[in-house]
Structure formats: structure tokens, C-alpha cells
Write a new protein. Structure first.
Length: 380
């Protein structure tokens, strides 16, 4: 029987997962290099160490019955080490190997018949020229590994732009992807358990600002046929990837209702934060259920919802306007316990519970405008 869960990564995703796991009676041990990390603050114990510190990884495995991770940019050798020593890690290294490498991920999707934008591997200028002959410009050059929230990406109008970006990247392994002319970005959060059962949450409509998710609308303002297709594609991906746990598939929706997969996140996702307040069972509880071999809950909505991220601005670490925000009774606030509100850092979010998505958007925008980051006044 599982009694203790290890979490590699101490950010906000781990924090929200740990809060649910604690509610369900589990002991939580976090591994993260930053003391008093957001996840560590609410865990029973935090091991302060790098993700590639094998002694610390071994200690995490010895203290827990199952290990999971809150984001995919971790050392895969650490996961493989745990597996080699007989510890249970979910999702496993086979999933991580694919999802932390954009080329492997795109090839995996293409091979199972899932539509993706045209892409090419780039290792030098010759590859750029060859790719330019079969991929229409403009295109997006991305690092194959790492990068998130718009980082590690360059937009190229032509081959010259791509070659400049290649030089700027420091000759990292790159992937060139055709820029998709989309009308909406969508997400499907789903969970697969150890018996191959899969439950999918409502499709979200994801609104980004300079590569970072700003707002997620649940459900998305799309037709039933598109929503059904997106959930079906996410289910197929989960089955073929054989992932155990909660994951998210992000899509581009084109003007002719074509769905192209942008990427897979092998863990709970920012666009699924609304499920904490608007669903009977959240994406985090589903993840606990899956990795602890408990039955999944059929997702049931309590309300429509609009989730708005709260980003740092670099103007101070004291969030003002919270009383004014919470004067709207339909708003639920979540702050992540981060000390420094660095520019565009995710510091928290709030969820507007609503009957009508348009009303929810309006309340979210008004609410966000009430918040600001300021320097605390000096104590005299």
C-alpha cells in the first residue's frame, strides 16, 4: 500500500499536487535545489539538492513508495537510476525520454497518425537550407530540449533569419517547425491509470501572451465535434505513450477546424488549474489516484471557469489589491509562496467561477487590473 509520495521539483505544480496528496492522507517528500520551495513549504519534508544529485535521488527513493515529477526538464538519468534500483517512478523514463525531446515527440506523434506541423531537425546551416525547400516560411526555430513559456524559440521569416537564430542559439540541437496560422490554442488535460482507463477533462481555450499562458477558458468556445476530436486525440496519445498519471496535450486549431498537436506535457498543466475549483475531482487528485493505483473519477464540472495567471512585474514583491480582487465572490485566489516577483514569473493564479464564459473573462480582466506588485514600505 502506498503511503508516501516523492516529488522531483519544488514549483507550483508540485505544491498544488502535494496539497491534494496531503488531504488524501499521503506523506509527501519533495526534492528541489531551492530551500523552502513552493512545494517544499507544504510537504512533510524537502530534500535540498540538485535533480542530478544521485545521493539525493537515492534518498528520495528510499523514503517514498512512488516518485513522480512536476515538470519534464529534469535529468532523465536520475529517473533511470531510481528505476534501476527498483523504485517506482510514474510517469517512467520511457515517457520522459520522448516528451523532453521535441524531435522525438514530433516523430512519435507522426508515427501514431497524429497531425503535427511540418518539422525538420537542424544541426547546421545546410539543414536550414534543406528544410527551407520543403517547409514554408515563416517558421519557428526551437531548442530540442529545455525551454518553456516561450523560451528557447526564435521566429524566422526566411532562411537568413533562421541562420541568424542558429548562430544565436550557440549551435544547440534545434527543430524547425512551420508556423501554424491558428485561430485558437486548445488544451486537453487527461489522466491514464495503471489499468489503461483514461478520463479527459473539458477542452480548454488557452490564451497566451508572449509565449506564457495568460488565461484558460473552460470549456473552450468551440463546436462539439472539435471538442470530441481533441479529447479523442488526447486519449490515443495517452494510450500509445502508455503514460500513467495526468498529462496535457496542447493543440492548434486552424480556420478549417484542423487540429495539430503542438506539444505534450507529461504532468499536470497550467491550463488545468481551474479544475481545483470548478471540478469535483481536480487534475491533481486524478494524478494522485493514477500513480497510487486508485480508481479515476469521471470528471464532473461544478461550474464553467476562467483561470487567470498572476505574473511578476519586477516592481516589488508585495502583491497589493487582493482585498479588492476578492470583493468579487466568484473569484478563488491561489498564491504559490514565491518570494521574488521576477518579471513574467508565475506567482499565482485566480479562477473565476461563472455560468457564462464571456462574463467570466470580463470579471477576470477587471480582477487582474486590481492587482499590482509593489515594494513594501520601509518600517520606521
Amino acid at each position: 500500500m502506498i503511503q508516501s509520495i516523492g516529488v522531483i521539483g519544488g514549483g507550483q505544480l508540485g505544491r498544488m499536487f502535494a496539497l491534494v496528496a496531503k488531504r488524501m492522507g499521503y506523506n509527501v517528500v519533495t526534492l528541489d535545489p531551492t530551500e523552502h520551495s513552493p512545494c517544499g513549504q507544504v510537504s512533510d519534508e524537502q530534500i535540498v539538492a540538485r535533480y542530478d544529485d544521485f545521493d539525493a535521488i537515492d534518498l528520495l527513493g528510499s523514503k517514498t513508495d512512488v516518485v513522480t515529477y512536476e515538470f519534464e526538464n529534469i535529468a532523465i538519468d536520475s529517473v533511470r537510476r531510481l528505476e534501476a534500483r527498483g523504485y517506482t517512478v510514474t510517469p517512467g523514463s520511457d515517457v520522459l525520454r520522448i516528451t523532453q525531446d521535441r524531435l522525438l515527440e514530433k516523430r512519435f506523434l507522426r508515427d501514431i497518425g497524429i497531425a503535427v506541423a511540418d518539422f525538420a531537425e537542424i544541426n547546421g546551416t545546410d539543414d536550414v537550407r534543406e528544410a527551407g525547400r520543403r517547409i514554408a516560411w515563416p517558421a519557428i526555430l526551437k531548442t530540442v530540449r529545455g525551454g518553456y513559456d516561450g523560451k528557447g524559440q526564435w521566429r524566422a521569416q526566411n532562411g537568413n533569419d533562421a541562420e541568424k537564430a542558429l548562430a544565436e542559439s550557440g549551435s544547440l540541437r534545434l527543430i524547425l517547425e512551420r508556423e501554424v496560422q491558428f485561430v485558437k490554442e486548445l488544451g486537453v488535460v487527461a489522466t491514464r491509470d495503471q489499468n489503461d482507463d483514461i478520463e479527459t477533462f473539458p477542452v480548454t481555450e488557452n490564451v497566451h501572451d508572449r509565449g506564457i499562458l495568460a488565461m484558460a477558458l473552460a470549456p473552450a468556445r468551440i463546436g462539439a465535434d472539435v471538442a470530441s476530436k481533441a479529447r479523442r486525440m488526447a486519449t490515443i496519445i495517452g494510450e500509445r505513450l502508455r503514460i500513467v498519471g495526468t498529462y496535457c496535450v496542447e493543440f492548434f486549431l486552424t480556420a478549417d477546424d484542423e487540429l495539430l498537436v503542438n506539444e505534450i506535457a507529461p504532468r499536470p498543466h497550467n491550463s488545468g488549474h481551474y479544475t481545483i475549483d470548478a471540478m469535483v475531482c481536480s487534475q491533481y487528485e486524478q494524478h494522485v489516484r493514477a500513480i497510487c493505483d486508485l480508481p479515476l473519477a469521471p470528471p464532473r464540472a461544478l461550474s464553467n471557469a476562467v483561470m487567470m495567471n498572476i505574473l511578476g512585474t519586477g516592481t516589488g514583491n508585495n502583491l497589493t489589491g487582493v482585498p479588492q480582487l476578492l470583493s468579487e465572490p466568484s473569484i478563488v485566489l491561489h498564491l504559490y509562496g514565491k518570494k521574488h516577483a521576477v518579471t513574467r514569473r508565475k506567482m499565482g493564479h485566480f479562477t473565476v467561477l461563472c455560468d457564462n464564459i464571456e462574463d467570466g473573462i470580463a470579471k477576470a480582466e477587471v480582477g487582474l487590473a486590481k492587482l499590482s506588485w509593489k515594494t513594501k514600505p520601509a518600517v520606521v
